[in-house]
Design a protein around this ligand. Sequence first.
Ligand code: ZN
Ligand code: ZN
Length: 364
Amino acid sequence: MHCFEQRRERLRSLLKSAEVDALLVTRFTNVTYLTGFKGEDSYLLLTRHGEVLLSDPRFTVQLEEECPGIEREIRRPGSPIVGSVVRAVLALGLRTLAIEAGSMTVEVFQKLNSELAAVTIQPKSGLVEQLREIKDKDEIDEIRRAVEIAERAFSVVKASLRPDFTEKQVADALEAQIRAFGGDCCSFWPIVAVGPRAALPHARPGGNRIEQSSFVLIDWGARGPSLYLSDLTRLVVTRKPPSRLEKIYEIVLAAQRSAIDAIRPGAIMEDIDAAARRVITEAGYGRRFSHSLGHGIGLEVHEQPRLAVDQKRPLKAGMVVTVEPGVYLPEWGGIRIEDDVLVTKDGCEVLSRCPKEFAQCFIG
Ligand code: ZN
Ligand code: ZN
């Protein structure tokens, strides 16, 4: 069975246990996950026995290419998508309809409620997202590809880094190399932070030049051709750094290794966060690790699950998470090391291979 069909079958069994006739999938990444269709402005109405993709004439050819077997309803140009939903729900005689509470606008919700007065509309959260947590083989292959593209781009950019480059030029160069290696684009606008700017975990790349400090923090990722993403962070050292840099780097690296060692099916998510946090806290920088340890990655750069305090669920084989401890010292700088990790049947596999020993951070 094709992977998209399998995903829809799994969703159908969730509909059955939720006791609803159908789910209207309005989140475009969820539509992509369930059908392979990469366009926007289209909903999937999935019933217990079938499905129909509600789209518009701009996508007719693309739909044929990307999900040829799927029944579709193409609305007239300019007519609102809500009309398609109403027609399809009535034609199928649905009595209960689940909607995605996290994605539908209040406006659409109100329209559906007034035009489908005889239908019970039930907002639901996370039905498709819970499936997306566990990656199937095709998805793991796509994430591997996104990691590889990001790493190749990074090694070219790192090797050609010049002292007069600005943060923005480095970000632009990463984007260009990601495209050159077959990626669509960056998975998010890269964080390129020279020296003190690295104290901001989400610094925007600006006009600071590489030569203004002895180090630069780069957080980047690639979007592969099938829309799957990678998300990595490395430190680049451009000349003799203050001794404190190595000291903190080794703490962050030890924290990351301790977390990765703890990743296996059944391990509790918050315990993985705690494994890294313990190392940083014992070294005296606990308050400087100001974010959670990691997040799921796939079609979105931040998705379920989370490696964070209060996440009491167990990890499962097939999850892909980032592991990214950091230490941030205002006005001095920050260090984060981030890799993408697949939970396997008996432990885990670090998908990213970019060197990360302190000595390997140096250029030139
Ligand atoms: Zn990142
Ligand atoms: Zn991340």
